[in-house]
Write a protein that binds this ligand. Structure first.
Ligand SMILES: *[C@@H]1O[C@H](CO)[C@@H](O)[C@H](O)[C@H]1NC(C)=O
Ligand SMILES: *[C@@H]1O[C@H](CO)[C@@H](O)[C@H](O)[C@H]1NC(C)=O
Ligand SMILES: *[C@@H]1O[C@H](CO)[C@@H](O)[C@H](O)[C@H]1NC(C)=O
Ligand SMILES: *[C@@H]1O[C@H](CO)[C@@H](O)[C@H](O)[C@H]1NC(C)=O
Ligand SMILES: *[C@@H]1O[C@H](CO)[C@@H](O)[C@H](O)[C@H]1NC(C)=O
Ligand SMILES: *[C@@H]1O[C@H](CO)[C@@H](O)[C@H](O)[C@H]1NC(C)=O
Ligand SMILES: *[C@@H]1O[C@H](CO)[C@@H](O)[C@H](O)[C@H]1NC(C)=O
Ligand SMILES: *[C@@H]1O[C@H](CO)[C@@H](O)[C@H](O)[C@H]1NC(C)=O
Ligand SMILES: *[C@@H]1O[C@H](CO)[C@@H](O)[C@H](O)[C@H]1NC(C)=O
Length: 433
């Protein structure tokens, strides 16, 4: 009896505590201060007050963010109905003191980093980040573009567990739109990014180098759904130690398509990429005056086995593997080479390089349709030091330009399914549709 009374008192006490906690869940609301004013302090204050166990609501409009910013979120919701606007003060942002080096890979810079766990950032398709990229792109025209040179990533998620970014827009990113690093269970549902240069002096040339839609690194269970990316580089770049990656309903406009890239760049690191599910992918060429490139549908690339210089700009010699990767329902529209693997030294690598030891295997391509703008529908040039193996093709029906015989090339491969013939060095493999 006495025990029961104590226990019901305890229950009431716990309920009281819980309702107090609920009542204390804070809400912060912001409006842009207006032209000429700096919003950085009010944004930092709101996130400090409501970013843990609270809700932060940004009304629509433009928030002037003039210095690097980090949000540490915990059990939190952010309604970002407006844009975080990062003014194009190029000299300022290029000073390494004024950005973070948080994502590690290639020492890339970030002006805005989100960390933490159990949060949702919802930009309602009316907000996100204004990157003011045009000034950056024109500033860099004709100058070298080096990895790690300080051009900032627009939105970086680092050390995140169970985070979600919804209906987010990144307008004119100067460099990569997104990066996710050292994170797990992250979902991006609804992401629009657009890097389109309107600088007439550079019409017909790719001025928007390195404007990747996203780079994933050292992260697992990352879901990318409903993306629309216009860029001049990788639409999605899946880099070292990315596993259990889902990408569904992705539109890539211009650039390089979906890339498994920069693998083997760090000689002392093992790059592991596995369990990747790509589905409903649309890769399309756009107006060549704005963006002349549309190189690949799904591509894999590794550095060669020789070490030449050091990252971020040089590298090579790293090992590892990419396996259990499926690309399904891929529509290509005037893409140069829809299916591509290169580990050989015929591009930026040099003869005399050691062959890559990075191994690609267990890759399935299902239902590729549309058109290629060259004769090479499939171009697999794997490493003599690590043959690509267990590659399966089903229903590959991509049309080459009129009057051109389609080419299906398999070099240094083994256990190819869906192609006829034995594939020795230099073989041309034939698709069985
Ligand atoms: C942003 O804030 C700075 C002051 O830090 C100000 O000089 C600048 O005009 C503001 N920009 C806009 C677009 O309001
Ligand atoms: C960065 O900050 C440090 C410490 O304040 C300073 O010594 C250095 O000169 C700054 N670097 C640049 C490029 O401004
Ligand atoms: C992420 O976590 C690592 C390891 O705990 C830490 O060194 C790093 O500073 C963190 N980065 C950020 C941006 O919080
Ligand atoms: C991307 O931006 C350019 C330039 O503003 C615009 O013409 C184009 O329609 C945009 N693309 C998409 C898919 O919104
Ligand atoms: C695919 O994503 C786009 C946004 O990029 C969205 O408008 C469309 O509704 C999505 N389609 C499906 C079937 O969910
Ligand atoms: C990937 O993970 C393995 C261990 O699982 C580790 O040895 C390797 O250094 C990691 N590579 C990178 C690029 O972090
Ligand atoms: C391959 O990856 C898929 C996810 O894309 C996963 O469901 C499956 O379990 C993985 N297979 C193996 C053998 O790990
Ligand atoms: C093949 O992919 C296209 C789009 O890329 C899709 O419309 C079609 O339904 C897919 N076919 C099957 C059998 O899934
Ligand atoms: C391949 O695609 C072409 C053009 O879309 C179509 O006419 C043809 O029927 C398709 N072939 C198969 C076997 O699906």
């Amino acid at each position: 009896m006495r025990g029961a009374i104590v226990s019901s008192f305890l229950t009431i006490f716990v309920l009281l505590l819980r309702s107090t906690a609920a009542a204390e869940e804070k809400t912060c609301r912001l409006r842009p201060l207006g032209h000429g004013k700096d919003d950085t302090s009010q944004v930092e204050k709101a996130i400090a007050n409501c970013g843990k166990h609270g809700t932060t609501i940004f009304e629509t409009g433009s928030y002037n963010i003039t210095r690097k910013m980090k949000w540490d979120l915990l059990s939190s919701k952010v309604d970002l109905k407006g844009y975080l606007n990062f003014p194009p003060n190029i000299d300022y942002w290029l000073n390494p003191n004024n950005t973070y080096r948080a994502i590690i890979i290639q020492s890339q810079a970030s002006w805005f980093v989100v960390t933490g766990r159990d949060f949702v950032i919802d930009a309602h398709n009316t907000g996100g980040i204004q990157g003011n990229g045009q000034k950056w792109w024109s500033f860099y025209a004709g100058k070298p573009h080096n990895d790690g040179d300080g051009r900032p990533v627009s939105l970086s998620l680092v050390n995140v567990t169970r985070g979600e970014v919804r209906n987010f827009r990144i307008e004119s990113p100067p460099f990569w739109a997104n990066a996710v690093s050292q994170s797990s269970q992250v979902t991006y549902d609804g992401m629009y990014t657009n890097a389109s240069s309107l600088d007439p002096a550079w019409e017909g040339q790719n001025l928007v180098l390195n404007t990747d839609g996203i780079n994933t690194y050292r992260s697992s269970f990352v879901t990318l759904k409903n993306w629309d990316v216009t860029c001049g580089d990788d639409c999605l770049a899946i880099k070292g130690n990315s596993s259990n990656i889902v990408a569904h309903n992705i539109t890539c406009r211009g650039g390089n398509g979906i890339a498994f890239g920069s693998l083997g760049q760090y000689a002392e690191l093992v790059d592991i990429v596995e369990n990747v599910d790509l589905k409903d992918i649309h890769v399309t060429r756009i107006d060549p005056k704005i963006q002349p490139l549309m190189q690949w549908g799904v591509m894999f690339k590794s550095w060669s086995g020789s070490v030449k210089g050091a990252p971020p700009t040089g590298g090579g010699g790293g090992t590892g593997y990419a396996r259990n990767i499926t690309a399904r329902n891929v529509y290509v529209d005037r893409v140069d080479t829809p299916i591509y693997i290169h580990q050989t030294y015929n591009n930026d690598e040099h003869s005399g390089d050691l062959p890559s030891k990075l191994n690609f295997g267990g890759i399935t391509y299902i239902n590729f349709t549309g058109t290629a703008s060259s004769d090479k529908i499939v171009d697999l040039q794997c490493s003599p030091g690590a043959f690509c193996h267990d590659i399966t093709f089903k229903n590959i029906n991509v049309t080459a330009p009129a009057g051109v015989a389609p080419q299906y090339l398999c070099l240094n491969t083994q256990n190819i399914h869906g192609l006829s013939g034995e594939h020795e060095l230099g073989d041309t493999c034939m698709i069985v549709v």
